[in-house]
Ligand binder design. Structure first.
Ligand code: C2E
Ligand code: MG
Ligand code: MG
Ligand code: MG
Length: 282
């Protein structure tokens, strides 16, 4: 079956690749322009304490509002920026913008402001020789306490080889906290905890989905909270969309959660939302 009409399939496949390569090239040019003309924005999503839902941390997430194409998802443009290297400049802008915003909130809201802010960092950034120095510079410029910054890395970024593990250790030496993002979706999740100094485990949404259906998801989610507690890490359950999931997570021992149920990523989150979000605990 694979052979039948193979050349036609092949043509379609290469045309597809050309399309994608061309699209990536166009996106790259437009991204350069977007950086220069301020088309990127940051939004912030609360990471809340269970069960009451009060904001503890915020995660910063980048947005691209393209003048003609409209909203473009970071899931689409971050990989392109990784490929063409623009992630280095974009990433530095992201880091500075997020930290500036955090300091403003701390000045304005005091104890109501989030305690820490997390910034996502991709493999290419982590392997960039000057990256740790940029982080140190941003902390110095903003006057922000290193312990208030969480750098989110993925297993794949850390395991991609290069100098990523060294960079993570250097960040730790600065006093920055390290979160492992999308935990459980990579290749060697648990092994990584032995080699990388991690402070926060972000348990991937895939384990939270179907959690209430009683099955493998709940077993794994339980194992992960035990590992996390045993190692003295903060565990954050990602992608919590319902009150039922929040209640179940709390029952399993999760004390931190993030997801649409508590708040979507927005420019100015309401940090004081809470008590009415309290989840019923069985
Ligand atoms: P991530 O770091 O795992 O971020 C969580 C993603 O899940 C975000 O998507 C967030 O909006 C979404 N999310 C949060 N709660 C829920 C929920 O309850 N349900 C569902 N369905 N989704 C939820 P977003 O903002 O589109 O970002 C996608 C990915 O793009 C991020 O995944 C991260 O890998 C990357 N990214 C986003 N912002 C940045 C950035 O500033 N720098 C870098 N290097 N990567 C970024
Ligand atoms: Mg993240
Ligand atoms: Mg994540
Ligand atoms: Mg993710």
């Amino acid at each position: 079956a694979a052979k039948e009409g193979g050349s036609r399939q092949h043509r379609r496949f290469t045309a597809d690749l050309d399309d994608r390569a061309g699209e990536a090239a166009r996106l790259g040019v437009e991204m350069r322009m977007g950086l220069d003309t301020g088309q990127f924005r940051m939004v912030y999503q609360p990471i809340v304490a269970l069960p009451h839902g009060r904001t503890k941390y915020v995660e910063s997430l980048v947005r691209w509002q393209h003048p003609e194409r409209g909203f473009i998802s970071p899931a689409d443009f971050i990989p392109v920026a990784e490929q063409n290297g623009l992630i280095v400049e974009l990433g530095e802008w992201i880091l500075r913008t997020a930290c500036d915003q955090f300091v403003v909130w701390r000045d304005r809201h005091g104890a109501d402001a989030p305690q820490q802010i997390s910034v996502n960092v991709s493999a290419r950034q982590l392997n960039e020789p000057g990256f740790v120095a940029v982080v140190a510079d941003v902390l110095a410029c903003t006057g922000m306490d290193a312990g208030h910054l969480i750098i989110e890395v993925t297993e794949t970024a850390v395991f991609g080889g290069g100098t990523a593990v060294q960079a993570v250790n250097d960040l730790k030496d600065l006093g920055v906290r390290i979160a492992l993002d999308d935990f459980g979706t990579g290749h060697s999740s648990l092994g990584l905890l032995q080699t990388v100094p991690v402070d926060v485990l972000k348990v991937d949404k895939s384990f939270v989905d179907n959690l209430t259906m009683a099955g493998r998801h709940a077993v794994i989610a339980t194992a992960l909270i035990q590992v996390s507690n045993g190692l003295g890490l903060d565990a954050v359950a990602e992608g919590v969309e319902t009150a039922e999931q929040a209640a179940e997570l709390y029952r399993l021992g999760y004390l931190l959660a993030q997801g649409y149920h508590f708040g979507r990523p927005v420019a100015e989150p309401d940090f004081r939302v809470s008590e009415d979000l309290a989840v019923p605990v069985r």
